[in-house]
Design a protein around this ligand. Structure first.
Ligand code: GRF
Length: 203
């Protein structure tokens, strides 16, 4: 399975994927890492792992459509089977999400459908939720709205802060994202008509 990973930041999820693939049991290869930010630390992680790392800054593009078209061209040059969003902090156009429908996944730091969008840890505390977590999902045109593949939950304690929750959730992200990639690489998971199929059974 040829994978392209999109990032904007530190890339700890990218690192978890690199580590899992280097352990050798996932039939996948990360063929490129692309960031919209030149200073993203994840680019260094890619270079250290011998993976081509590219920057395509969104600055200088007149519209979101223009940028997404350029991004699509760059990505498709690597002929990926799967596009993985790992902290890529941009809203994608409909045309872009349609192009990769069923071939693009994202990880979101909440138990979707709760808390789509930003600042999820803060919002979980404000809402008094007893639990929090993360979700890996197929990407559709609706922001953080695509079909969920796998979630992990963590309990919310009275002593928790946005920072402590972020840390607990991140640990779970590093467990579940590589696992989903392994499933997809083995052909165990796919999307068909907006339904996630696991070993050919609806989830
Ligand atoms: C994660 O919290 C993920 O849920 C969100 O962006 C963050 C990326 O973190 N989509 P990292 O760059 O992988 O460390």
């Amino acid at each position: 399975l040829r994978i392209v990973v999109l990032i904007s930041g530190s890339g700890t999820n990218l690192q978890a994927m690199i580590d899992q693939i280097h352990r050798g049991d996932t039939p996948a290869r990360i063929v490129a890492v692309i960031s919209n930010k030149a200073e993203a630390y994840g680019l260094k992680r890619a270079e250290q792992a011998g993976i081509p790392a590219e920057v395509l800054s969104h600055r200088g593009y007149a519209s979101r459509e223009d940028y997404d078209r350029a991004l699509q061209q760059l990505i498709d040059g690597y002929q990926p089977d799967l596009l993985v969003l790992a902290g890529f902090m941009r809203i994608l156009t409909d045309a872009f999400t349609r192009h990769y429908q069923g071939r693009m996944i994202n990880i979101h730091p909440s138990l979707l459908p709760r808390h789509k969008g930003l600042n999820t840890h803060q919002r979980v505390l404000e809402a008094g939720d007893p639990e929090h977590g993360c979700s890996v999902h197929y990407v559709t045109a609706e922001l953080d709205g695509g079909p969920v593949i796998l979630q992990a939950s963590v309990p919310v304690e009275a002593s928790d802060t946005p920072e402590s929750l972020a840390q607990k959730v991140h640990e779970q992200e590093h467990r579940i994202y590589p696992r989903v990639i392994d499933w997809i690489a083995r052909g165990r998971v796919r999307l068909e008509d907006d339904t996630v199929l696991f070993d050919n059974q609806p989830l």
